[in-house]
Ligand binder design. Structure first.
Ligand code: PLP
Ligand code: COI
Length: 360
């Protein structure tokens, strides 16, 4: 296995300042002292794996990522386990999805041992940045860019993998999230890149996200691109609905939605808890009608950043659907959230062997 070399920052953030930053880090603004980097080129393969001070990347203006957008990323969280060691949740699944995204974008695949090795190496230096407050964690952001200096359109021959770490609190504020159903924009079409975690998908979602903001919503829900009828997913999370009888329903993996690891974990964990978890195509008209009739009682977004965030209302140009009282998460949402978060944080049984304890 490629060994990581370590170059410690000469100017670490003081312990006092770190403690202050960890009090309320919000999401995505505070970063740790170091980053992990691995290089790739067609001749040498993956090489030069190191942990360095966090710093700007030197990028040639002709680097292919800046022109054709060959970029992919991942998101996972580290928690502090009961024994003090960092705990990850299914990081092998993130490594596999990163490799699948790379294949879709015709990029070099990073082997699982390097993906996990980078996380372990970075945590060796920066584990003290794992916050321990309620709902807090260290968000890990692995990403890869094409950095061959060339202006032709073809898969690059050089790539740069970088891993950042970022102490975070909740992605959304407290309470239920209002969600806008866009009928103007699509996120992903069959045969496109919806299943890959590539930056371009998020760039394409921003204008719809702006539309949502204009309508007083915090997130956007996308429909299938062909019929504009079936629910796909949200801009940065999957979606689930709860029926009056307690059944949880989520759209099936169609090739246009991200294979969420939280989504997959909830399907398995819910079944383990005796909850009926169903993958079923959901038409937006039915969801609105069933919210109105009381057949659907709860809705929530799920993902690494969002964890499980209750949806209070869904708005579309012609109607508003409210779930429960529109303000508070329902009982099934709460039960699943408790089961997932205690498992992730090492506070309950791990029936599926999902936790991954990091040796420092
Ligand atoms: N869907 C999209 C578009 C996302 O960006 C994410 C977040 O990563 C998810 C779903 C949820 O995936 P996961 O649960 O693996 O974080
Ligand atoms: C994640 O949940 O890790 C994501 O990448 C989604 C994004 C909205 C932060």
């Amino acid at each position: 296995m490629t060994q990581f070399t370590f170059e410690k920052t000469p100017n670490p953030i003081s312990q006092e300042r770190r403690q202050a930053l960890l009090q309320d880090p919000k999401f995505g603004r505070v970063f740790t002292d170091h980053m992990a980097v691995i290089r790739y080129n067609d001749e040498k393969g993956w090489h030069d794996a190191k942990v360095t001070p966090r710093q700007p990347l030197p990028i040639d203006p002709a680097s292919t990522v800046l022109h054709y957008g060959q970029e992919i990323f991942e998101g996972l969280k580290a928690y502090r386990g009961e024994d003090g060691r960092p705990l990850l949740f299914r990081p092998q699944a993130n490594a596999a999805r990163f490799a699948a995204s790379a294949r879709r974008l015709a990029m070099a695949e990073l082997p699982e041992n390097l993906f996990l090795g980078a996380i372990e190496a970075l945590l060796k230096l920066d584990h003290e940045w794992i916050p321990s407050g309620e709902g807090q964690s260290l968000y890990l952001r692995p990403f890869m860019i094409a950095n061959e200096v060339f202006l032709g359109v073809k898969p690059a021959t050089e790539y740069l993998f970088v891993l950042l770490a970022c102490p975070v609190g909740a992605y959304f504020g407290s309470g239920c999230v209002p969600v806008w159903v866009t009928e103007t924009y699509s996120r992903a079409a069959p045969g496109g890149t919806g299943e890959a975690k590539c930056g371009g998908n998020y760039a394409a979602s921003l204008v719809a996200q702006m539309e949502a903001k204009e309508k007083g919503c915090e997130q956007v829900l996308f429909l299938d691109a062909v019929e504009k009828r079936y629910i796909d997913e949200m801009g940065g999370m999957n979606v689930m609905f709860v029926r009056r009888d307690g059944t949880v329903v989520t759209p099936p993996l169609s090739g246009t939605i991200l294979r969420g690891i939280t989504r997959d974990s909830l399907l398995k964990l819910g079944r383990h808890l005796g909850i009926s978890m169903v993958e079923e195509k959901l038409s937006i008209d039915d969801v609105f009608a069933q919210a109105q009739s009381g057949e659907i009682t709860e809705a929530f977004a799920c993902g690494t950043a969002a964890v499980i965030s209750p949806i209070g209302v869904l708005k579309r140009p012609s109607a508003i659907a409210q779930f429960g009282d529109g303000k508070n998460p329902g009982p099934v949402t709460l039960r699943l959230r408790e089961a997932l978060t205690t498992l992730q944080r090492g506070q309950s049984e791990d029936p599926f062997g999902w936790r991954y304890s990091v040796t420092l």
